[in-house]
Design a protein around this ligand. Structure first.
Ligand code: GLV
Length: 338
C-alpha cells in the first residue's frame, strides 16, 4: 500500500520506505509532501530503486533497507536519509558522504527501552526461563525439586559491558540496583562515562575472563564484525551468560551455538542475528540455554513513536537545508548558500 499526504508547492518531498508509527507520519504530513512506500514489510529492492528514481529531497528509511551507492545514485537531488534506528550499518556512509547526502539516526530516544530488553534477556537466560517452561510443558514437573533448573544469580555478580555508550551506561545504572560490580571495555577508557556507575575498564580478554554476564552494546563496523568467535567464548567462564542486543554480525553465530551446546558458557540471550529474520531451522532455536527474540530491543509503544518522530524531524530538517538534529556524517554538511 502506498499513500501520499501533504500539500504541493515548495514543500520538501519525502519518501518513507515503509510504514512507520503514525506519530512520525503526522509530522511529515504537516510539513512535507510525503509518500509512504509499501506496507508493513520492507519494499523489494526493485520497488525501492524505482521509487528513488522519482526524485526526493529526503528519505525516511528503516534498518531493513540497504542504502548504498546504487540507491543514492538513483535519486540525484537527495539531501538526507533519516534512518529510524540508532544503528546505521545498513547505510553506506562513505558513499553518502561522497555524494553530500546527510545521514541521520535516532539516538537517545531508545536507550532505556533497549537496556530494559538486554536486562530482561540477561535475567531470563541466567535463570533458565526457556528450560523452565519446557520442563513444565513436557510434564516433567513432578515435585518441588531441590536441584533442578538451577541458574546463575544476577545480584552481586560481575557485569561486563562491551561498549559504554548510551545503552552500555544505561545497563551500568541498572546494575547498581542489583549490587553488581561493573566492568567495561571500549575503544579506549571512558572515565567520564564510567564515573556515574564506577565501572572499571578492562581489555576485552580480561573482561571476558572476569565477567559473569557479558552484554554487547557496540555498533557493527568493519572492526567489530565477528568480534565474538570460538576464542572469545572460550575465554568466558563456564557459568557465564552472554547477551547481544546490538547487531547480529558482531557474533559468529556458529561459534555461539557450539559454545552453548558444549556448555563452554552457561546461557545466552540474543535479540539480533547474522540473518534476520532468523531461519526456522537455525540450530540455536533447538537449545534450551538460549532465549531468542526477534530484534525487539527498541520495541515499546512510546519508544517507537519517539523514533518515528525523531526520524521525521531529521528528514524534514535535512530536506529543507537545515542541519538534522542527529546528523551522523557532519562531513557531508555544507551550510546552504544564503
Ligand atoms: C535498532 O536495532 C536500532 O539500531 O535502533
Amino acid at each position: 500500500m502506498s499513500s501520499t499526504t501533504g500539500g504541493a508547492g515548495r514543500r520538501p518531498r519525502i519518501l518513507v520506505t515503509r510504514r512507520i508509527p503514525q506519530a512520525g507520519l503526522d509530522l511529515l504530513a504537516a510539513d512535507s509532501t510525503c509518500r509512504v512506500l509499501g506496507g508493513s514489510l520492507p519494499p523489494a529492492r526493485e520497488q525501492l530503486l524505482s521509487a528513488f528514481r522519482e526524485g526526493w529531497d529526503g528519505i525516511v528509511a528503516t534498518l531493513t533497507e540497504r542504502v548504498d551507492a546504487e540507491l543514492l545514485d538513483a535519486c540525484p537531488g537527495l539531501r538526507v536519509v533519516a534512518n529510524m534506528a540508532v544503528g546505521f550499518d545498513n547505510i553506506d556512509l562513505a558513499a553518502a558522504t561522497d555524494r553530500g547526502v546527510l545521514i541521520a539516526n535516532t539516538p537517545g530516544v531508545l536507550t532505556e527501552t533497549t537496556a530494559d530488553l538486554a536486562w530482561l534477556l540477561m535475567m531470563a537466560a541466567g535463570r533458565q526461563l526457556v528450560a523452565a517452561q519446557g520442563y513444565l510443558g513436557r510434564g516433567e514437573w513432578k515435585t518441588w525439586e531441590p536441584q533442578a533448573l538451577l541458574g546463575q544469580d544476577i545480584h552481586g555478580a560481575t557485569l561486563g559491558l562491551v561498549g559504554l555508550g548510551r545503552i552500555g551506561q544505561a545497563m551500568a545504572r541498572r546494575a547498581r540496583g542489583f549490587g553488581m560490580r561493573v566492568l567495561y571495555t571500549d575503544e579506549a577508557p571512558r572515565p567520564e562515562a564510567a564515573a556515574e556507575s564506577g565501572a572499571e575498564y578492562r581489555s576485552l580478554p580480561d573482561l571476558l575472563r572476569e565477567a559473569d554476564f557479558v552484554s554487547v552494546h557496540i555498533p557493527l563496523t568493519r572492526d567489530t564484525s565477528r568480534l565474538f568467535g570460538d576464542r572469545e567464548f572460550g575465554m568466558m567462564k563456564p557459568t557465564a551468560v552472554f547477551v547481544n542486543t546490538s547487531r547480529g554480525p558482531i557474533v559468529d553465530q556458529g561459534a555461539l551455538y557450539r559454545a552453548l551446546r558444549d556448555k563452554v558458557i552457561f546461557a545466552a540471550g540474543i535479540d539480533v542475528f547474522e540473518t534476520e529474520p532468523l531461519p526456522l531451522d537455525e540450530p540455536l532455536l533447538k537449545l534450551e540455554n538460549v532465549i531468542c527474540t526477534p530484534h525487539i530491543g527498541s520495541a515499546s509503544v512510546v519508544t517507537r513513536n519517539e523514533m518515528a518522530r525523531l526520524a521525521a524531524r531529521n528528514a524534514l530538517a535535512g530536506a529543507s537545508g537545515v542541519r538534522p538534529p542527529s546528523l551522523v556524517n557532519p562531513a557531508a554538511w555544507r551550510t546552504p548558500a544564503t
